[in-house]
Design a protein around this ligand. Structure first.
Ligand SMILES: [Zn+2]
Length: 89
């Protein structure tokens, strides 16, 4: 059974959801990488902006990073299509 996951910015009211999913299943390695991206975005987003790194090959990580570029300093949660919410910080 698939479970779509999205990133959510809690600084917006109502919270803003990423347009694209960052994973379609639970408990995957990709989800761990998404969590890591969120936690390390203060380092990663500037590198991306300065074109010192490119977007990840993985479609889900790319979706996550595209969202994080606009929410570099916001409180970002991981949510599922069933509105389960995981705070990452
Ligand atoms: Zn935001």
């Amino acid at each position: 059974m698939s479970t779509y996951h999205y990133l959510e910015c809690a600084n917006h009211n109502p919270p803003l959801l990423s347009d694209d999913e960052v994973e379609q299943h639970r408990d995957t390695e990709t989800l761990d990488k998404v969590r890591e991206l969120v936690r390390n975005r203060a380092t990663i987003v500037p590198l991306l902006r300065e074109e010192k790194i490119g977007l990840p090959d993985d479609r889900y990580l790319e979706n996550a990073l595209r969202f994080l570029v606009f929410h570099e300093h916001c409180k970002v949660n991981l949510v599922t299509e069933y509105d389960e919410r995981e705070e990452l910080e």
